[in-house]
Design a protein around this ligand. Structure first.
Ligand SMILES: [Mg+2]
Length: 270
């Protein structure tokens, strides 16, 4: 499994964009006409982005900081040692989709208190991503964030990335009534609240299972993966055995570069 993922990741290192099926075709090192593939975004007028490990690179220390704050919250709540708190945290994450949901279901924890605590982190390691900001600005249509985190976290993080004015709206875990992606009702609530037609929308996300419903509903789906050698903060169960999955249309480790190609392909076909 690891070998397969590494080979695909090496392909992506060249900076190109692969259709997921092509990435694992019989000739995985053959030429890929990626430019033609990104032309399949010609009908898209709504661009939906996950936040964590999608809009910022996974090798920055942001997600580990949040992860650590969650552990600290549970140590204080239950009086557990660090290792036990960590194990319970990961159990909740895997079985409920977010640690918060497990805490609410089992212990009636205050969502607001939890979200404020775990997102109270130092974001000084984030630098403005000017190419990404320029690419998002150049996308024709609406741009939205759909996150399992909090709105304040999304606002602060987007600001630190130089993306403070890039998005029309943020749909957060409170908007989702604490039901996280990948549950169908959360996407439906998002579509309804913001008048999004999934048939003319695209979804960018680093967790593969969160692309299943978007693809079922007709969205174009793009999985964001780490570059070779980059830290990967996904849990083992979140890393797919293969990238050639029917609900993944594209795979890239360079979101800004991918969007720039999408824009260039659209301008050529216009
Ligand atoms: Mg994410």
């Amino acid at each position: 499994m690891k070998k397969k993922l590494t080979r695909d990741t090496e392909l992506r290192q060249e900076g190109e964009i692969l259709g997921a099926a092509e990435a694992q075709s019989a000739d995985p090192f053959g030429h890929i006409d990626t430019f033609a593939h990104v032309g399949t975004f010609a009908h898209v007028d709504t661009w939906v982005f996950d936040l964590d490990n999608t809009l910022y690179p996974p090798d920055c220390d942001l997600w580990p900081r949040i992860d650590q704050r969650i552990t600290q919250f549970m140590i204080a709540l239950f009086g557990l040692d660090g290792m036990s708190a960590r194990a319970l945290q990961k159990y909740y994450y895997q079985h409920y989709g977010t640690t918060l949901r497990g805490l609410i279901e089992d212990h009636d924890v205050s969502a607001a208190e939890f979200l404020t605590y775990v997102h109270d982190i130092d974001r000084s390691s984030l630098a403005p991503d000017l190419p990404l900001a320029a690419a998002i600005a150049a996308l024709p249509g609406r741009k939205l964030i759909l996150t399992n985190g909090s709105r304040d976290h999304a606002l602060l993080t987007a600001e630190a990335l130089g993306l403070g004015t890039s998005f029309e709206e943020i749909f957060d875990i409170m908007d989702a009534e604490l039901i996280p992606k990948p549950e169908l009702r959360t996407y439906q609530r998002f579509f309804d609240k913001h008048g999004v037609d999934p048939m003319t929308a695209a979804m960018f996300e680093d967790i593969e299972r969160n692309l299943v419903v978007p693809h079922q509903r007709g969205m174009k789906t793009v999985l964001i993966v780490p570059k070779p050698g980059q830290a990967d903060h996904r849990e083992p169960f979140e890393i797919p055995d293969t990238l050639a999955l029917p609900h993944i249309d594209f795979v890239t480790s360079d979101l800004g570069g991918f969007l720039a190609d999408v824009i260039a392909a659209r301008s050529l076909s216009a």
